[in-house]
Design a binder for this molecule. Structure first.
Ligand code: AHR
Length: 492
């Protein structure tokens, strides 16, 4: 039996709610017809957004939603997405899927979505193909007080007199790749140019006041995967002048291991090993950043993460670019990753799973009248109590063999402990005892368990609840069995 120690006196830090964030890009079927079905659709909708989906999304407390890309952002002109008679354009992804962007969802619609689901918006600004002034104008349009600037009046004419609140802005996306193929030194020069202009408007007192008295946070492009040369370059240049940078927006996709659905047991473990690399990437990037003394104002923002299986396994059978099915294995990657974030919460400002609907590592699959949640969705639901909680240290005995280990994290909020555990073994159940250091264990607790006899289990339009959690009461003083490949959330 493994012992799981909850070390209450050893507090790690507060888990920023935004660590449980999501990403929605204009790519494949994320918006059209995933999130957006249109106001005149027969499909039940709230102001054009699929009702079933947005209600379920709201239920998992999405704290923040990143938009409009990804690579899409690098050729996006925000003026295409406001007002009447919106133009149809090629978008970044048209060369991959031959689909066009009709701009039905633009700034107002996206911000409406954020309001409907209760999430803060995080805008990724194009810094590859437009000027800093173009981005400043977007900020002016969105953020300026009612009736002040010409752009504020244009916003009012388009139906939104009051300023929007957009607390997070990314300065570019993947600028080491699609976002301009820049070198770190060159990017930092460009970052300073854009950020200076952007920061200039974020300093206007009325805009600060509307943002809850806080300055809008600007995030710089972070490192690709486990390549640290970019981090070194940014940290070095930042050292000289990086005062505007509040986040280092790094990406880590843990890739694929075999087929997304019919993988082998060895590939189950291989996928988890690849996902586990996230911890190393966080620590190494953090060491570089703190090595330059930047840790007080610059935190990690992992604004794209998830599995990246070969396309074609989702319900659209490949029509939606990058759409993939999500099995119990993807759910375990989610649990493992969120547990890593919790254990390193003092380093992390935000994280955004990529992407929300009909795409990589998604929470929803939707098309026509159908809309289902994936096993990954259920993990976000089971873990949502960690948002804003105080993470505490955990120690698990007999946990060195990765393939049969437990992924664990714990946090405390309002006097309740939430302990989330994934049994990484797909062949052996695990029995644990809870050991509390510094506080007595509660007399009873509530458990939510996500498991299936088949590690390949997934939800489909025909069988939407094949993978769904069960709830039961448990006694924290008694041994607890976590079935093989099971994920459990214990509250006590
Ligand atoms: O999520 C799909 C793409 O992956 C994003 O557009 C890009 O930022 C990343 O390379």
């Amino acid at each position: 039996m493994k012992k799981v120690y909850l070390v209450y006196p050893k507090k790690i830090g507060t888990i920023e709610p935004e660590v449980y964030g999501h990403f929605s890009e204009h790519i494949g079927g994320v918006f059209y017809d995933g999130l957006w079905v249109g106001k005149d659709s027969d499909i039940p909708n709230i102001r054009g957004f699929r009702k079933d989906l947005v209600e379920k999304l709201r239920a998992i407390n999405p704290p923040v939603l990143r938009w409009p890309g990804g690579c899409f952002a690098e050729t996006y002109d925000w003026r295409d997405g406001i007002g009447e008679n919106r133009p149809v354009r090629y978008n970044w992804w048209t060369s991959c899927d031959n689909r066009y962007e009709d701009n039905a969802v633009g700034t107002h619609e996206f911000l409406d979505l954020c309001e409907i689901i209760g999430a803060k918006p995080y805008f990724a600004a194009n810094m590859t193909s437009v000027t800093p002034m173009h981005i400043r104008n977007w900020m002016d349009y969105c953020l300026s007080p009612r009736g002040t600037t010409t752009l504020a009046k244009e916003r009012e004419a388009n139906g939104h007199p009051e300023p929007y609140v957009i607390p997070f802005w990314g300065v570019g996306n993947e600028n080491w790749g699609g976002g301009g193929n820049m070198r770190a030194e060159y990017y930092m020069d460009e970052f300073r140019r854009y950020a200076e202009i952007m920061q200039n408007i974020t300093g206007i007192p009325a805009i600060i006041e509307n943002n809850g008295g806080k300055r809008i946070e600007l995030f710089a492009c972070g490192s690709p995967q486990d390549d640290y040369s970019w981090t070194h370059g940014i940290a070095q240049a930042c050292h000289r002048s990086g005062k505007q940078m509040r986040g280092f927006a790094m990406h880590y996709y843990c890739g694929a291991a075999g087929d997304p659905i019919t993988f082998t047991e060895a590939e189950w473990t291989q996928m988890l090993v690849q996902a586990q690399l996230m911890e190393d990437i966080i620590v190494r990037n953090w060491n570089i950043i703190s090595g330059h003394g930047l840790q007080e104002h610059l935190k990690l923002v992992i604004d794209e993460w998830g599995c990246w299986h070969p396309g074609g396994s989702g319900p659209s059978k490949g029509y939606n670019l990058f759409e993939q099915q999500s099995t119990m294995r993807d759910a375990m990657v989610t649990a493992l990753t969120l547990n890593i974030f919790n254990r390193h919460c003092e380093k992390i400002r935000m994280a955004n799973a990529a992407q929300l609907v009909n795409n990589l590592h998604c929470c929803f699959l939707a098309g026509g009248e159908n809309c289902i949640t994936t096993p990954t969705y259920h993990v976000f639901d089971m873990f949502k109590g960690h948002q804003g909680a105080e993470a505490i240290d955990t120690v698990v005995t007999d946990n060195d063999d990765f393939a049969s280990s437990l992924s664990v994290s714990a946090s405390v909020k309002d006097g309740k402990t939430l302990l989330t555990i994934g049994n990484l073994s797909c062949t052996e159940d695990a029995v644990i005892s809870l050991e509390s250091v510094g506080l007595p264990l509660a007399a009873k607790g509530q458990a939510v368990l996500l498991v299936n006899d088949d590690i390949h289990a997934h939800n489909t339009f025909e069988n939407p609840d094949a993978v769904t959690p069960v709830e039961f009461e448990f006694d924290p003083a008694q041994p607890i069995t976590i079935p093989k490949a099971g994920i459990i959330a214990l509250t006590f």
